[in-house]
Structure formats: C-alpha cells, structure tokens
Ligand binder design. Sequence first.
Ligand code: ATP
Length: 527
Amino acid sequence: MEFLELAKVCDKVSRTRKRNEKIKIIAEFLSKLQPEEIAPSTLLITGKVFSDLEQKPLEIGYVTLSKALNAAKQGTLFQRKLSILDVKKAFEEIANASGKSSRTKKESILKSLLSNSSELERKYIIKNIFGEMQHGVGEGLLLQAIAYAINSSEEEVRRAYMFLGDVGETAKVALTGGVKAIREVNLELFRPVKPMLAEMTYDFEEPLREHGGKTAVEVKFDGARVQVHKKGNKTRIYSRRLSDVTESLPDVVEEVRGELRAEEAVLDGEVIAVGSEGKPLPFQELMRRFGRIREVQKKIKEIKLKLYVFDILYLNGKVLVDEPYENRTSKLYDIVGNISTAPRIIATNVDEIKNFFEKAIKEGHEGVMAKALRSNYIPGSREKKWFKIKSADTLDLVIVGADWGYGRRTGWLSDYYLAALDEEKNQFEIVGKTFKGLTDEEFKQMTKRLQELKIRETEHTVFVRPEIVVEVAYSEIQRSPTYSSGYALRFARITRIREDKNAYDITTIKEIKRRYLEQFKYKGRIE
Ligand code: ATP
C-alpha cells in the first residue's frame, strides 16, 4: 500500500477528537493492509519507527534533516510513489548507516525519501523522525483498534500484546489469524514478556487492606530488572525494555548455568552492582556495565554484579503466569540452587512491614515490595497486586528540551524541561524544569546527547526528541497556570539517568494528578 494512505489516515485521526472515531479509522486501515505491511504501519502510525525489540536510533539531527529537506525541495519531485515498505526500508537504512561517512549516507537516504514524498507524506515522515505524532494515537488506542478490527475484546488483545512485547507483531497476529490466533498467544522461551509492575504506596497499611490482611514483603533492590530465559545450555537475559543484554552479563549467565536446577525456565529478577563487602552500589555504577558490550571482561573486574530472583513464569514446558504468587515462588525456591532470592517476610501487620522496610533501607536497598500471595502474574500491568514502598518520592520523566547554561555552565545544555506522558493524548507534557542533580561530566555528556536529538531551537533553548528518561525527586506538586499539563514540580532535582526506561515507560499525567491530590491527605488545602 502507498505511504500516502497511511499519511491520510494520520491526518484523518488528527482531525477528530472522538476516540471511537479514531479507533474505527485505524481499524479500517489495518484491515486493508498486506500481512507484511501491518507491523511497520502500526509503528509508523504511532511515530515509533522501530519496535521496542528492534530499538535502533535514527541519529538524524536537526542539521541533517534541514539539509535533506532543503535539497529535496529544490530537487525533482515525485520520481516514484512511496509505499509503506519503502519508508520502513529507508528508515532501516538510515539507522544502519554507520562508519565515517554515516552522516552523509543518512542525509542522502533521507533526501531521496523526502524528494519522493508529497507535502502530507513529508509531514508524517518528519513527525516520525521527531517521535511525536500529536494525533492522539498511542499504544492503548491502537490495541483497541486491533480488537475492533477482529471483533475481540481489548483485554484479550492486551494480553497477547504483553506476551508478544510488540504492538506491531500483535496487530499482525490479530489481523492475519483473528481472535483464535490472539487467544493462542502465550509465553514462549526466548521471547521476553513485559514485566509485571507495581503501584506506589506511601501507606504501610494499604497492602494489607488490598491483599486481605496478609502480604509478602520483599526487599526492593536498586538495580535493573532482568528476565532470564534458559533451555538446556542456552541462557539469554533480557532487560525491562526487552532488549537482549546477555552479552554484557557473562558472569550472571555463568551463575545461572551452574546453579539453576531446571531444564527450561523463565525467571524474573533484578541485577544490582555490589561493592567489596557485598553492599549495594549506586544505580549509576550498575549502568556502567548493564547493556554495554565493549570491554566487558575489563568491566567485570571493576564492577561486581549480583543477581536476585523473585519470580518464575515458566518451568519445564509449563507456563506459570496464571498460578498464584505463593505457588510460583515455592517452585522458584526449589530450583534456584545457590542463586540468591529476594529476602522476604509474610506480614500480617503494619509493624512487621515497617521494620522490614527500615532494615532494607539500612542495608542500602531502595525500599520494599508488597505482593498479594494469591495474585497471578500479569505481564506489563501495574496494579495493586504488587505495591512498592520507597523512601524517596520520585517520578520518571523525559527530557523534551534544555536551556543553555550561563556562568559556570556556559556551553552546556544544563537546564532541563521535564515532561510526563499524557496517555489519553499520547503526548508529552511539561511538568517542571531543573538544572540540579548532574555532575559536570554528566552535563557534558548530556549536552552532546541532546544536540543529537535536537528537533528545533531558539536562541536559548534546544528542543529534543523525547528519549532520555531521568528520575526526578521533588518537594511538592503544584497547580501550574504556565505549563499545559496543569502541574509543576517544586524543587525538582535529577536523581539518576534511567537508561533502562523508554519514553513510554514514564510517569503519566494521571499519576501526577493522583500524587497531587494525595498530598492533601497530609496538608491543608485552599480552594
Ligand atoms: P522504579 O522506578 O521504582 O524502579 P519501575 O517503574 O521500574 O519502578 P515498578 O514496577 O514501578 O517498576 O517498581 C518495581 C521495580 O522494582 C521493578 O521494575 C524492578 O526493577 C524493581 N525491583 C526490585 N526489587 C524487586 C522485587 N523484589 N520484586 C519486584 N520488583 C523489584
């Protein structure tokens, strides 16, 4: 199918504010596609270009784009019609261009792509490069559209999506195999699933209330989530973003190989960096090893890692996600050998949780998790079945722009615009600004990275593709007349750069609103 059709669909959905209409337009479009066009189209509609599993940066800066655009405008237009697959292929080639002359290669592919496109097509190619479509179609709406197209329910499609880990693949399975194929999707070895997530609570009593008076409290480690897949001698490890990080963790792989007493298993856990006495090291130390493929052997000597496992999703041919947590963990304990499991207690009162929490903090951990004993494992979902209780209140936000610094910070992009995700509109909305929290070295690196992500600039500010996620501490959430989100953080400070998260994993505006209202439990309020 022609890319022009996809651009028209994007244009059409941007003209209506009605969710149902958007769903129908997308469903109708998806139903008309050839099988091989389905996955790329869903990504290009949401401005993602590549799936989370592919994850390749385009590295098209502002300068490259404007050069290609100018050249395209002056060149001969419309040598041939662009298909959806042509556009996908061009983006592939751009991302794969490497080496010394990569910039020139990227520019020339982009130029040829843009000169073969009409005004409308260009608009949506550029929006894809910038990573924001501004037409209100996010993953949620897309899943609804897929369900609508095959006459299935959103829950069913979402479940398949969590197992497949990719919305494009989900659309393909659905539209080629219908409801039956969607129902048959299940966990498979070496195809990572989205990890189950937790809801934040500040109240030690809430888990007991929600979990029927009894809850499993585990240490919450300050590391990176990992999913370990093993079959015979083959072991692969996947990150929270579902990318394969096996190569950076040979020591962890070795431990799993030597210790795990199961032919086939999928485990859920966390990897942390530890110091000489086995004490947890800051998250930043872990990131010096996690996901890196260069100089692995040298880094292994510098930074020791430790794996803790806390769940099992698959064991010797059997998917365990629908079994309750207590059964899963007892199966896990049977097969882990000497691999460490998350320390835990089964608590029935608030004091037990509090004491365990304080002990965890003293030992250098981030807090605790409280899990319902009877809960099943729902990939990708964030519900009250798992709670997290942390000592510090933080948000994960994406940097959408930065101001040039002055004084000591001259030459650095050092004052960051921080945005949360508005899931309804599928848009990033600014909630605060900060120049606090980074070291000089981090400021320098951040300046370089942000310039590569630049999409436009003014004299003082550089606006960027939303990609870099940071964890932010704050003292209070206030209503804001300035920011379109309606909220502003007081005393925001970056506490870490979250390389393990992508822009769609961040705190939502809904959650910010929830936390804003929560503050009034403890404070007075002027209406
Ligand atoms: P955070 O930013 O607080 O790490 P998150 O958004 O990555 O949170 P949540 O589900 O909200 O994910 O919080 C749980 C996270 O805590 C998990 O993703 C995992 O990385 C980590 N974690 C550490 N210890 C545990 C544990 N015992 N059980 C589950 N998750 C744990």
